[in-house]
Design a protein around this ligand. Sequence first.
Ligand code: CP
Ligand code: NVA
Length: 291
Amino acid sequence: MKHFLQLRDLERDQFEHLFGRTRLIKERFKSYIAYQPLADRMLAMVFEKSSTRTRVSFEAGIHQLGGSSIVLNTSETQLGRGEPIEDVARVVSRMVDIVMIRTYEHSIIERFAAHSRVPVINGLTNEYHPCQVLADVYTFLERRGPIAGRVVAWIGDGNNMCNTWIQAAQIFGFRLNVCSPPGYGVEPARTAGAGREHLEIFTRPAQAVAGADLVTTDVWTSMGFEAESEARLAAFDGFTVDAALMSAARPDALFMHCLPAHRGEEVTEDVLEGPHSVVWDEAENRLHVQK
Ligand code: CP
Ligand code: NVA
C-alpha cells in the first residue's frame, strides 16, 4: 500500500505522470465535463489544526470525482478526549477508502499510517506539507515549464514548507537557496542527502534571491508555534519579501506563498498582489493535483 506522507514517497517519473493527469483533470473541470471514477468512495479528513484551502480542495475534489468525504475535527471526535491515534486509524480505515490527516508531529501521521488499512495523505504536519509543494511545482510548470535546472529562493522560517521544498529540489533537480534568521534555519536532519547542487544556505536574503526563477516564503509563525510569535516577529525583521528584494531575482521571477499570508510581515501587499505573484493559481492547483 502506498501512502503520501512526504514528497519523497513518490519518484520523479511518478510525479511527471501525475502532472500529466493534473492537466487533463483541470481541463475537464474547466470545461464542465464530469469525471467521476470514485463513485461510492469515501475520504475521511482528520484535522488537528485549522484549514481553509486543504479542507475545501479535498472536499470539493473528492465530490467532483464522484466520491464523498467526512471531516473529523479533533475537538469533535474521541481523538480530542484522548483516544490513541492507532485506534482511530484502525477504526476509520475499516470504513473509508482513503484518509487525509493534518496534525502536529510527523510521527503522529506515521503512527496512523502504520495502523491504517487504506492509503494516508499528509495534509500538513509540523515537518512537511507535500500536497502544497506538489501544487507549487505544478504551478511553476504551468507558468514557466519544467522546474529542473531552475533556482528557487526560500526566504524565512525553516519550517514544514521549507523542508518539503528541500525534498522537491532533489526529486525535480533544481537548486534551492534557503535564507532564514539565526535560530530559525532548517534542522540538519532535513538537509541530509541534499548536495550543493540542490541546496545552498545563505545568511542574507538578497544573496539567496539573486538570479532566482521563483521566490517563495511562508508565515513566520506556523500553527502550533504560537507561543513563539513575539520572539519570531523580532527575529524575522529584515526577512520580508518586498519589491526591493524581488528586484534581485530574475525579471520574470514568480512569487509563491502557500497562504494564509500576513501582509506586512513575511510579504508586502504589493508583492503579494503584484505581477510576480501566482498565489491564487497555487491555491487553485491544490484542487487539481490532489484529484
Ligand atoms: N496552504 C494551506 O495548506 O492552507 P490551509 O491551511 O488553509 O489549508
Ligand atoms: N507553515 C504554515 C503553513 C500553513 C499552510 C503552518 O504550518 O502553519
